[in-house]
Design a protein. Structure first.
Length: 261
């Protein structure tokens, strides 16, 4: 097994050249155009507009306590994807903003993922997609995925195979750990692919602490290997979270193994 070692978090950076034209004001321009219903873990919606500044709205049903993630990308005519350069806003049933993401220019390292806080209301939510510039049109694909708990694991136990079939899709793995354990994330059976031109397929990987939602480790796996997390420092149930990088789709096996300082 190739040992990768400690990886620094990859910083998401925008291109230096901004798109031309004045920013689109939230209250200005054409009204939001209603589109079809989105469904959690359902089909991806493709929005294309020809009128500059026009926003589109997609309703979707949400349940109390549900954890959702919005996946976003821009499909190009040749089938490739590029960084998201628009604005995405999620409104609750009363019209209040519960999540927002704005990219002022195409990104070098797109996130393709907008986490939505745990839903506090039952009812119809709305995803609003709008171009950043008042002179720009919209071309974007969007999906809604529920955060999935793939199961539990233990240190030096068998890994879990994860499948990723939508952009932005989260997969969680629960880990019972103790403060004295020194561990590494092990990625194996790596079979990810991306159609984004010039991109390398991969997975974002995070370890969330047991006693809070703080991130203890964040990195990117571009292939199989061990990724040193370090000492767990507390007892309890940790969360290992993975999601596709750069529009990658496919599968990988995720596990936790004992490591050495």
């Amino acid at each position: 097994m190739r040992r990768i070692g400690i990886m620094a978090a990859i910083v998401i950076a925008g291109l230096a050249t901004a798109l031309a034209g004045p920013p689109a004001a939230a209250s200005a321009g054409p009204a939001c155009q209603a589109r079809g219903l989105l469904t959690a873990d359902g089909e991806t919606a493709y929005a294309t507009t020809t009128e500059p500044g026009l926003a589109v709205c997609y309703p979707f049903e949400g349940r109390l306590g549900q954890d959702l993630v919005i996946g976003l990308y821009i499909p190009l005519e040749d089938g490739t994807w590029r960084g998201y350069a628009s604005r995405a806003t999620v409104l609750d049933p009363g019209g209040a903003v519960v999540a927002a993401f704005s990219a002022e220019s195409p990104q070098v390292r797109p996130t393709f993922r907008v986490p939505v806080p745990t839903l506090s209301r039952e009812g119809t939510y709305t995803l609003v997609l709008a171009p950043i510039q008042a002179t720009s049109t919209l071309r974007v694909a969007a999906s809604v995925s529920s955060r999935q708990v793939a199961g539990t694991t233990r240190v030096d136990g068998p890994g879990r195979q994860m499948s990723y079939d939508r952009v932005g899709q989260d997969k969680d793995l629960r880990l019972a750990g103790t403060s004295e354990q020194f561990v590494a994330l092990r990625i194996s059976d790596f079979a990810m692919a991306t159609r984004q031109a010039g991109a390398t397929p991969g997975l974002w990987i995070e370890v969330h602490r047991a006693q809070s939602d703080a991130v203890a480790y964040r990195g990117v796996a571009f292939g199989p290997g061990d990724f040193t997390v370090g000492p767990l420092r507390e007892d309890g149930e940790f969360t290992v979270r993975t999601w596709p990088l750069d529009g990658s789709l496919g599968r990988a096996t995720v596990g936790i193994v004992t490591s050495r300082p």
